[in-house]
Design a protein. Structure first.
Length: 178
C-alpha cells in the first residue's frame, strides 16, 4: 500500500491531522483559548467585585449619611435593621466599629473592626475601594501602647481580648494573613 513517496506523505499528513484533532478535542491544543478563558475568569471576578462594592455602598449609604451627620445612635439602629437582612456582613461590622469608635467605645469598636477584617481583608488592602487602612493603622498606633500599659497593671479577660484583636489588626496591616 505504501509504495511511493506520495502515499507516505499523505499517510504522515493524515496522522498529523488526526493528532491535531485529538489535541483540540481534549483541550490541549490551543493555549490561546486557555489564556482567553483565564482572562474571562479574571474579568468576571473584577466585575463581580465592582458590583459587590457598588451594592455595599448603596446598601449602607443611609448608615454612612447618618454617621456623617453625627446621628450615631440612629445610625446604629439602622445598622441593626440592615444586619437582620444581611447577617454576618463584613461591611456592617466595619461601619459598626467606626461608629462605636466615634462614640468613644474603643474596646467594642476594636472588636467589630477586627471581626470585619477577619471576614474580609479588603479593609486593610490599600488598593481596595473599601479600604480603611489608614483609620485602622491610626487606631492601632494610638491604642496599642495604651492597652499594653493597662495590661501590665490588670489582666482582665476583656482587656486581653481587646489586646489580642489589636495585635491581629497590627499583623494584618503588616501584611500577615489569617
Amino acid at each position: 500500500m505504501l509504495k511511493d513517496r506520495i502515499d507516505i506523505l499523505l499517510g504522515v499528513l493524515l496522522l498529523i491531522c488526526a493528532a491535531a484533532a485529538v489535541a483540540l478535542l481534549t483541550g490541549q491544543g490551543s493555549q490561546a483559548s486557555q489564556s482567553n478563558m483565564a482572562v474571562d475568569k479574571a474579568l468576571e471576578r473584577d466585575i463581580a467585585y465592582q458590583a459587590k462594592v457598588s451594592f455595599l455602598e448603596r446598601l449602607y449609604a443611609p448608615v454612612s449619611e447618618l454617621q456623617q451627620a453625627e446621628k450615631l445612635e440612629t445610625a446604629l439602629l439602622k445598622l441593626d435593621e440592615l444586619s437582620r437582612h444581611y447577617p454576618d456582613e463584613a461591611h456592617g461590622e466595619l461601619l459598626r466599629g467606626e461608629i462605636l469608635l466615634q462614640m468613644q467605645a474603643v474596646p467594642k469598636a476594636i472588636e467589630h473592626l477586627a471581626r470585619a477584617v477577619r471576614m474580609s481583608g479588603d479593609y486593610v488592602d490599600q488598593n481596595s475601594p473599601l479600604s480603611r487602612r489608614s483609620m485602622i493603622n491610626q487606631l492601632v498606633d494610638v491604642q496599642l501602647p495604651k492597652l499594653k500599659a493597662a495590661a501590665t497593671q490588670q489582666t482582665t479577660g476583656r482587656l486581653q481580648a481587646t489586646l489580642k484583636d489589636l495585635y491581629y489588626l497590627q499583623g494584618r496591616l503588616a501584611g500577615g494573613c489569617e
